[in-house]
Design a binder for this molecule. Structure first.
Ligand code: PCA
Length: 208
């Protein structure tokens, strides 16, 4: 299985993004049955999705698993759907602050992920890693790249699957915040995404 795994650069006031750190750690690993491609996406309205689609076209993966940071979540959060809306509460790294706008003017209201979300969340909770399903990836870059990837696959009638996972912040990002403020160690997040990749690989092999 050819897997493209993506993370994001830091954004807002952060100097670090757990999704980027997890992708760098995974790039060092051998994962059985997986040919891994990685890319770090800019947190920028145009460059983010463009970088993803360009990497997708050159790598031609069977599965795209994108990762991003969600401050305040207490668990690894598996997104079920992406909606056709840009409504930023902070500027992206290019200075765009977009509100109330469609991602794709004539696109459908939403796309469901084509990854096995229930199996993914069960794998994590059974191994003792806090995890949850979510029905909103927000209205910022994470939702946008998830939507645009699923839209591209749908529009070109491709067989590839795609989905998105939001990660909690790292302990060093939350240390200065007033408790209680959730975080998760890099080791646990790397273990979580590795376990999810195994689950997706087994599911993919069983279904193709
Ligand atoms: N999280 C943001 C964008 C980049 C990231 O890591 C989001 O949730 O949209």
């Amino acid at each position: 299985m050819k897997l493209l795994i993506t993370g994001f650069e830091p954004f807002g006031t952060s100097q670090i993004n757990p999704s980027e750190e997890v992708v760098h750690a995974l790039a060092e690993k051998e994962i059985e049955g997986v040919e891994l491609f990685t890319v770090i996406l800019p947190v920028e309205r145009f460059a983010g999705p463009d970088t993803l689609v360009r990497t997708f076209i050159s790598a031609q993966p069977d599965v795209v698993l994108s990762l991003g940071e969600a401050g305040g979540v207490t668990a690894v959060t598996i997104e079920r759907l992406a909606i056709n809306l840009l409504d930023f509460s902070i500027s992206d790294n290019g200075g765009h602050l977009i509100t109330d706008k469609a991602i794709i003017a004539d696109g459908p209201p939403a796309y469901f992920t084509t990854l096995p979300t229930r199996q993914m969340v069960n794998t994590l909770t059974e191994t003792g890693i806090p995890a949850q399903l979510s029905c909103s990836a927000g209205t910022f870059l994470c939702n946008q790249v998830m939507y645009e990837m699923l839209h591209y696959i749908h529009k070109h009638q491709l067989k590839a699957h795609a989905g998105f996972i939001h990660l909690p912040q790292l302990p060093q990002q939350t240390a200065m915040r007033r408790p209680p403020y959730p975080s998760m160690s890099l080791e646990m997040m790397v273990a979580a995404v590795t376990a999810v990749i195994h689950t997706i690989t087994h599911w993919y092999i069983a279904n193709h």
